[in-house]
Design a protein around this ligand. Structure first.
Ligand code: COA
Length: 185
């Protein structure tokens, strides 16, 4: 197993880890309405994000959270789905991956932006513990904008977590040591 100092933490350009998955949507991917199941799209989003994270950190990474998964338009059987994932920003051990999904009508070539999501992936060592990741180097105005916005989301995630924790701490019943509303999540 590698020690904390053994990882290659050379800064990496955001463009070097970008991933595009392209997959034809078939009948097995459809829901009872005949359009493509949201879970099919989510799986591809998670896969593309994971591959981008692995490229960036040069090792195994796991999904910690998926934020703002949106579905703007339906995807149809026969569409070619393009799932583009790139690292927006990194923390110490985590990476925020932005994922954009477009559905292409292969007859007309028309592409529709159907989904977006922000996936937090965490690099892990052989024991499954979080380990450091290389810094990211944004090179374009677009990549710098994504990094700025990723930092806003990270601050907001941490703030959200702190608020929930203090709310739970405040609801602990004196003498029982358990939260009044249980462990719901
Ligand atoms: C993700 C995981 C490795 C984090 O482990 P942990 O012991 O909580 O690690 P830490 O508290 O040290 O946090 C590590 C990093 O993860 C981030 N993180 C942890 N939980 C998070 C969450 N729910 N959302 C966003 N980021 C999160 C922390 O902010 C930290 O980032 P930083 O180092 O860049 O500041 C661990 O929770 C895990 O293994 N989860 C299961 C992952 C998995 O199986 N995914 C697939 C689901 S099917």
């Amino acid at each position: 197993m590698r020690g904390m100092g053994d990882w290659d933490l050379t800064p990496r350009a955001a463009s070097t880890s970008e991933v595009v998955l392209v997959e034809l949507m078939v009948a097995e991917d459809a829901n009872i309405m005949g359009t493509i199941h949201g879970g099919t799209v989510m799986k591809l989003v998670d896969t593309a994000a994971g591959l981008a994270a692995i490229r960036h950190c040069g090792g195994v990474a796991v999904t910690a959270s998926i934020d703002e998964m949106s579905f703007h338009a339906p995807v149809y059987v026969g569409n070619l789905l393009h799932v583009r994932a790139s690292i927006n920003d990194v923390g110490r051990t985590s990476m925020e991956v932005g994922v954009r999904v477009e559905a292409e009508n292969i007859v007309t070539g028309r592409r529709v932006h159907t989904s977006s999501a922000y996936v937090v992936m965490v690099a892990i060592d052989a024991d499954g513990a979080a380990r450091p990741v290389p810094p990211i180097v944004p090179e374009t105005d677009e990549q710098r904008r994504r990094q700025r916005e990723a930092r806003i989301r990270r601050a907001s995630r941490l703030e959200h977590l702190r608020t929930i924790e203090s709310s739970r701490a405040a609801s602990i019943r004196p003498g029982t040591g358990s939260a009044a509303d249980g462990e719901a999540g």
